[in-house]
Design a protein around this ligand. Structure first.
Ligand SMILES: NC(=O)C1=CN([C@@H]2O[C@H](COP(=O)(O)OP(=O)(O)OC[C@H]3O[C@@H](n4cnc5c(N)ncnc54)[C@H](O)[C@@H]3O)[C@@H](O)[C@H]2O)C=CC1
Ligand SMILES: CC(=O)[C@](C)(O)C(=O)O
Ligand SMILES: [Mg+2]
Ligand SMILES: [Mg+2]
Length: 348
């Protein structure tokens, strides 16, 4: 573990230098890693582990889109691709990568296959933390740990292919064999993490649910929509409003923030912009902070988990989701966005 200073707070992190891929391969050399579910994280993690030389199989319901995608990705039925129950029986490390709501339904089958000494691996603290709602209580004689890539499975794979890596958190919930921590870190390296920072299941799920509802996904769309509407109602055209709300942020300014931080991005804008941004960021913080407090409390109370479980386990979930995504896609801001994207020079 390397000790690093994060803004004045010392934290230990695991990097690929200290825990090289060869060591990860060695730790997991006798394991059969069964990735259960081939949705978003399943492909990213299983393909990265396969390319990293681990013994990986995939378990997925037969006949759907995900099964076909697994075949297209080179998983071979009967050799490396199996129905859920068969993969669960063969695997010694069960990577439970169904959607969090779907994990509840399959849990009795998973549990039946968790014989002593196996590992149960998650990419979220959800199922275990909200056990009163999910019923997920692992048997005492298995290792239980998580590696949660901090980003979409799509990015996990893309960055791996580019030779880079997404950061992940890791946590051990239960150590039955005395080797849970080592196996957990080895899995983290195996799935292609850039570096790993430690957490526990509760902190992982509460921070993750807050982040995705907040600045990463929910709040950002809310702020985009608010500014776009104000610009449009004051006579600005859609292209102007979109460019000043989204395009400039994703194409020009956020890459600068990613590279060297917010002050550096500010320093590379006009003095006029700097003055305005420095004056306005605090009012925006103060206006939105109560909403973030409300959000965190709703996560902490378990209310967000309840909503997620009940809404995402409805039989018409996909249909309703598509309607809500269509509402976004068909909104003027994102229709304008589609046109703006088509005009980017690299797209011809
Ligand atoms: N989507 C992402 O990029 C991220 C996901 N995670 C976590 O990773 C885990 C997996 O999430 P996703 O990959 O998003 O899952 P997903 O929503 O893509 O679903 C995975 C698979 O579950 C299968 N499935 C759905 N309902 C089923 C059922 N009732 N019985 C059997 N199979 C069923 C689907 O066929 C699909 O292939 C979750 O714990 C999630 O919170 C963590 C970080 C990011
Ligand atoms: C991509 C990720 O890490 C999220 C946003 O937390 C998720 O997909 O659940
Ligand atoms: Mg996340
Ligand atoms: Mg999440």
């Amino acid at each position: 573990m390397a000790k690093l200073n994060f803004g004045g707070v010392e934290e230990e992190v695991v990097t690929r230098e200290e825990f090289p891929l060869e060591k990860a391969r060695e730790v997991l050399s006798t394991e059969t890693i069964a990735v259960i579910g081939y949705g978003v994280q399943g492909p990213g993690q299983s393909l990265n582990m396969r390319d990293n030389g681990f013994n990986v199989i995939v378990g997925q319901r037969k006949g759907g889109k995900s099964w076909d995608k697994a075949i297209a990705d080179g998983w071979v039925p009967g050799e490396t691709l199996f129905e859920l129950e068969e993969a669960l029986a063969k695997g010694t490390i069960i990577c439970y990568l169904l959607s969090d709501a779907a994990q509840i339904e399959l849990w009795p089958t998973v549990k039946a296959n968790l014989t002593a000494g196996k590992s149960l691996y998650f990419s979220h603290g959800f199922g275990v933390t909200y056990k009163d709602q999910t019923g997920i209580v692992p048997p005492a004689d298995v290792d239980v740990y998580l590696v949660a890539p901090k980003g979409s499975g799509t990015s996990l794979r893309r960055l791996f292919v580019e030779g880079k890596g997404l950061n992940s958190s890791f946590a051990v919930f239960q150590d039955a064999t005395g080797k849970a921590r080592e196996k957990c870190i080895a899995m983290g390296i195996g799935v292609g993490s850039g570096y790993l920072f430690e957490t526990d299941f509760y902190r992982e799920v509460t921070s993750d649910l807050t982040g995705e509802r907040g600045t990463l996904m929910g709040a950002i769309q809310g702020i985009f929509a608010a500014q776009y509407e104000v610009l449009r109602s004051n006579g600005h055209t859609p292209s102007e409003a979109f460019n000043e709300t989204v395009e400039e942020l994703t194409q020009s300014l956020m890459p600068l923030v990613a590279e060297n931080g917010m002050d550096w991005m500010y320093a590379n804008c006009s003095t006029t912009a700097q003055r305005g941004a420095l004056d306005w960021w605090k009012p925006f913080r103060d206006a939105t902070k109560p909403v973030f407090e409300q959000l965190y409390n709703s996560v902490k109370s378990g209310e967000q988990a309840t909503i997620s479980i009940t809404r995402n386990s409805q039989p018409d979930y996909r249909v309703k989701l598509e309607e809500e995504l269509a509402e976004l896609r068909e909104s003027e801001i994102w229709q304008a966005g589609a046109t703006v994207r088509s005009l980017r020079p690299e797209r011809g």
